[in-house]
Design a protein around this ligand. Sequence first.
Ligand SMILES: C[S@@+](CC[C@H](N)C(=O)[O-])C[C@H]1O[C@@H](n2cnc3c(N)ncnc32)[C@H](O)[C@@H]1O
Length: 238
Amino acid sequence: MTTEREVHAASFDRAADAYERGRPPYPAEVVAWAVPAGARRVLDLGAGTGKLTRVLVDAGLDVVAVEPSARMREQLAGAVPEATALEGAAERIPLADGSVDAVVVAQAWHWVDPAVAVPEVARVLRPGGTLSLIWNIRDHSEPRVARLDELLRRHTRGELDTAPVIGEPFGAPERTEIRWRHRLTRAELLDMVASRSYVIVLPDDERERLLADVAALVGDAGEIEMPYVTRCTRVTRR
Ligand SMILES: C[S@@+](CC[C@H](N)C(=O)[O-])C[C@H]1O[C@@H](n2cnc3c(N)ncnc32)[C@H](O)[C@@H]1O
């Protein structure tokens, strides 16, 4: 039986274009923290359209991107041809044992089954390699962001766990937060909302109402500055 999580996890296939246009990038400091010095071959797992992949490539790394959605992979291949894009998922990674120095998972660990994914990630990592989990979170301590999040929260169920416990065969987690700001156009903000899994799966009339509410909130602002906190967890394979 397909679970609700699986339905949401698979929904990105229907909004790959909006995802690529609207979702925020990742600052280079995230890669500097998430990928240890000396790492060469890196797996970007649940890579989507390659928002993090392109930052990994720009850092001079040899990048393999694994992503289950064909449409997300298509966008990735167009945006980051330097990376090798493969079909797969955290529970079935199409790589050999001990073949990568680091695994990074941006905005995707909440879609995986950790009981299967943790040993699978450990399998493809060399001993001493790292797994880093990354989430871009809007900083809703700013009132205008809080108003946007209030509209979106009507359609979500609870907060994401952005500081998960990983466990064996990984050591104790190290964590950091990186604060930064992203400038985006009004149209990009609407795409950012339209590419959330919980918005993709809404009935058409509800999705249109939500997008109209967000458009009204933004008014006729040409550009918006969105504050982000990027939350990162890093664990090392024993
Ligand atoms: C919110 S997107 C993040 C994409 C990209 N990492 C980024 O930061 O923009 C979540 C991605 O996880 C993928 N995904 C869903 N279930 C997955 C699984 N079990 N293993 C790996 N990736 C998965 C989705 O197809 C989607 O591309």
